[in-house]
Design a protein around this ligand. Structure first.
Ligand SMILES: [Zn+2]
Ligand SMILES: [Zn+2]
Length: 186
């Protein structure tokens, strides 16, 4: 079964089976289904993830929206919210985990590992709408990823993407050489 194979890919990539990765798994498969698209080869699909937790790995494996390709945008807001946009027509779908949806009081007294495994298993088959608040949203799609040229840092001599460099005395400096203040602001 396709979904079983997809889950195995996700677990292989993520390293373990957990409730967190299942959140991303369900959000990603649900979005592909509702948007009627396949895994993105290029940038035809864009994802905005509001968490840097386990689910992010499932989104990358299943949707083809990846950090390296630039069609995955991470907003580190600590929210289990995943939005997916289709470039062809700008349709944008937002899935927000319902608060408490993954809790099952019947599992509360089990040892941690067992509770997590059973919670993840239960999430595999929960109706999508029970797990997430799913809605179509109006939002501008992020710009496609751009390719920036590299400049040479005047301090360390290493290359740095022009858009990440800052100027000091008219010379480009990389974030590492510019110091922690710049890194924090970036
Ligand atoms: Zn995990
Ligand atoms: Zn440098």
């Amino acid at each position: 079964m396709l979904e079983r194979a997809a889950l195995e890919d996700v677990i292989r990539f993520h390293g373990h089976y957990c409730p967190g990765v299942m959140i991303g798994y369900r959000a990603a498969l649900g979005a592909l289904d509702l948007l009627g698209v396949e895994r993105a080869q290029d940038e035809e699909l864009v994802a905005i993830c509001e968490t840097e937790a386990c689910g992010l790995d499932a989104v990358q494996v299943l949707t083809g929206c990846t950090m390296g390709k630039g069609n995955l945008i991470l907003r580190d807001w600590g929210k289990q919210v995943f939005s997916f946009g289709r470039r062809a027509d700008g349709r944008f779908l937002r899935l927000a985990l319902r608060f408490g949806a993954t809790d099952d009081p019947a599992l509360a007294d089990l040892p941690e590992a067992e509770r997590r495994r059973l919670t993840a298993a239960r999430m595999e088959t929960m109706p999508l709408e029970e797990l997430f608040d799913v809605r179509w949203i109006e939002a501008p799609l992020p710009e496609p990823a751009r390719i920036f040229r590299s400049v040479r840092c005047a301090v360390c001599g290493e290359g740095v993407m022009e858009a990440r460099a800052r100027l000091r005395d008219g010379q480009p400096i990389c974030p590492a050489c510019a110091g922690p203040e710049y890194t924090r602001l970036a």
